[in-house]
Design a protein around this ligand. Structure first.
Ligand SMILES: Nc1ncnc2c1ncn2[C@@H]1O[C@H](COP(=O)(O)OP(=O)(O)OP(=O)(O)O)[C@@H](O)[C@H]1O
Ligand SMILES: [Mg+2]
Length: 268
């Protein structure tokens, strides 16, 4: 992405342990999201079953077929929303270990290539460099965040073919950090949207749920890190997750300072 044009920047999350009030607000929102998801899941299963019975037993043609397709598409969309809500509700806190972010990036890109129905002309690659860098991370959670970033990058608006790069690099600081980033050459994020992209349910896509970036921010915050987005309209978008370095500590757990421990422990 060229950086000389007007770049808009937005940050999500903040370094260090989150404040207690914000932890409580997020916990409340998470509980609400989980309750909603569970409430929707049962009737949705009934709807899926009813739709499949209709397909099996009746000859569905003409307008009825169109209506049935619409009903199925909307049910699938609701299903994605339920999955998004459950993910947003954070089923488990991360287990931080000293690990290699580049491995998480490569695994995420490989998994993304397998799972998604990708455009044929997509140029998606992990860039070299960052092999030696270690950070405190939960590889599963970082991979999940990367899946969301890759999905956004690959499906960014703008004329194709799309070029997407994922990489890991050192941020010399101070303070020193390890950066995991995804960059695309799409149309960028319109200036008016920038302040809203981390809001739950904000989406500019017709079938978007708007939970991808909130989940990425949640994951970054759970790692004591933050997310930064730089976007140049017409040139592309770069999303960076800043992680804490864990030099020489592969496989080890972080030793938390007393204050951080207190912040992590739920109040009784
Ligand atoms: N790489 C990108 N390029 C352009 N716009 C982006 C990019 N990443 C995010 N956005 C904007 O931010 C919005 C919010 O992204 P987010 O991932 O939270 O939700 P979504 O992609 O719309 O839906 P979903 O929940 O399915 O991920 C997007 O709808 C889009 O407007
Ligand atoms: Mg998304």
């Amino acid at each position: 992405m060229a950086k000389k044009a007007k770049t808009t920047k937005v940050a999500g999350g903040r370094p260090g342990p989150p404040k207690r009030e914000s932890v409580e607000a997020v916990e409340l929102l998470s509980k609400f999201a989980a309750t909603m998801a569970h409430e929707i899941r049962n009737p949705l299963a009934t709807i899926f079953s009813a739709l499949s019975q209709v397909r099996k037993h009746g000859q569905v043609v003409g307008d009825s077929a169109t209506l049935l397709n619409i009903a199925e598409e909307e049910a699938l969309r609701l299903n994605r929303m339920v999955a998004g809500l459950l993910e947003f509700a954070r089923p488990r806190p991360p287990k931080l270990r000293g690990g290699r972010p580049l491995e998480a990036v490569s695994d995420a890109v490989n998994a993304f290539r397998r799972q998604e129905c990708l455009p044929e002309d997509l140029d998606l690659a992990v860039e070299g460099g960052g092999e030696q860098l270690l950070a405190w991370l939960d590889a599963d959670h970082i991979q999940r965040a990367l899946q969301h970033l890759l999905d956004n990058a690959v499906h960014a608006p703008g004329p194709g073919p799309r070029r997407v790069r994922a990489r890991v690099l050192a941020h010399e600081g101070p303070p020193q950090k390890v950066i995991v980033e995804v960059e695309d050459d799409g149309a960028g994020i319109p200036r008016d949207f920038m302040d809203r992209v981390f809001d739950p349910f904000f989406s500019s896509k017709p079938s978007g749920i708007g939970l991808g970036l909130p989940v990425v921010r949640r994951i970054a915050e759970d790692h004591g890190g933050r997310v930064e987005i730089d976007s140049v309209p017409g040139k592309g978008t770069r999303v960076r997750i800043f992680l804490e370095p864990a030099p020489g500590r592969e496989g080890q757990e972080p030793v938390l300072k007393k204050k951080e421990k207190e912040a992590k422990e739920p109040r009784s």
